[in-house]
Design a protein around this ligand. Sequence first.
Ligand SMILES: NC(=O)c1ccc[n+]([C@@H]2O[C@H](COP(=O)([O-])OP(=O)(O)OC[C@H]3O[C@@H](n4cnc5c(N)ncnc54)[C@H](O)[C@@H]3O)[C@@H](O)[C@H]2O)c1
Length: 421
Amino acid sequence: MKPAERVVVVGQGYVGLPLAMAAVAAGFDVVGFDIDVERTKNLAMGTSFTTDVTDGELLAALATNRYCATDRPEACGDFDIAVITVPTPLHDGAPDLTYIVDASRTLSGYLRPGSTIILESTTYPGTTEDMMVPLLEAGSGLRAGADFFVGYSPERIDPGNQMWRFGNTPKIVSGIDEASLENVARFYGSIVDTVIPVEATKVAELAKLIENTFRHVNIALVNELAVIADELNIDIWAAIDAAASKPFGYMKFTPGPGVGGHCLPIDPSYLSWTVRRRVGRPFRFVELANDINEHMPHYVVGRIRAALNKQGISTSRSRLLLLGMSYKRNTNDIRESPACKVAKLLVADGADVHAVDPYATLDVFGEGVTRADLTAQEVQAADLVVVLTDHDDINYDMVIAEATAVLDTRHRLQGPRVEHL
Ligand SMILES: NC(=O)c1ccc[n+]([C@@H]2O[C@H](COP(=O)([O-])OP(=O)(O)OC[C@H]3O[C@@H](n4cnc5c(N)ncnc54)[C@H](O)[C@@H]3O)[C@@H](O)[C@H]2O)c1
């Protein structure tokens, strides 16, 4: 594909911004369109919100004059390629596709013959063909396949992962027909190392849900094992490490206070919702995994209460220091973070909850939670320090030296006063 073709990325979030940056680096002319005025203003000034794109990278993209962040839909005009990376939340357990509907309607007004539209948002199988295509056709008066091209390519971004970045992670690509697939594959082939073409958009949509459901279910498995192992008085971490010595047929997952972020608590439910609606049966694995993972913050709070009891302190009279509030190590994303759920439950119990997270950019971790810096005084003042997310940028040696007691849900610390999940 020749450089300086015009690409519109609809949604400049955790998925859309890295994609826009990669497209700029590959020589495309890129419009990052987002309805969030504050976000586009900050991006236009070179201030990124995600650890996956540094301010330096953003400023370099702006300096090429081939990237602009805007909330003006008119800027979407004349695109060759448009990629939709808008949220796909759940509402009362059902997929909420209103963002995809809105984005499709916006783009349909600017569609012209020969252009390609790709959906990247995670969604249930059938969304691209059954929902997006009719909206694009109705809004443009053009025909998909004949006049313009449509595809689906799921995102596999792993926030904070330094090894597998956008460019070297293989990307699944699909199209509603051969010409669409060819266009989609050519576009991504120019910005990532490897594309994996699949035969239908439904296959690509399902592949993404399988990936996240696999992770969700396996995390639930080790979480339930952690609860059981504690009752059996067996060190689950040692057992998992021993199992992981098997060089084949095993993949290591570790327990924690629950699952968070935009994917794991949500995507598997897209699959179970589809199965229920189309097949008329529950997808039992997903429902069980949801149950177990959603219970983990409550379980952690139970362990906190028990740890305080050992010191003769009730939770309502305790002062607690929570370490790591984002849902994932070395990232600033606190969306759906189980750490915030733990904090909320503790506040409801009447505890004096302080929380430290050097990565999280948001000021608040929940009502009643005091955001603190990690100091020796802060650690000494706590009846219990609870490690919820084990960021690298935390002085654990100081924590071990100064803490009265520690409950470590990530198995990061060792010592006589440290208890593990
Ligand atoms: N974050 C991840 O790690 C990740 C990984 C893989 C897939 N996904 C999927 O990618 C999609 C996007 O996720 P995200 O994490 O980037 O979300 P996000 O909330 O970070 O970003 C989405 C952006 O889209 C904007 N937006 C909403 N409606 C719009 C519209 N009609 N027009 C223009 N902009 C609009 C929002 O303002 C927001 O800035 C979701 O379906 C998610 O499940 C996310």
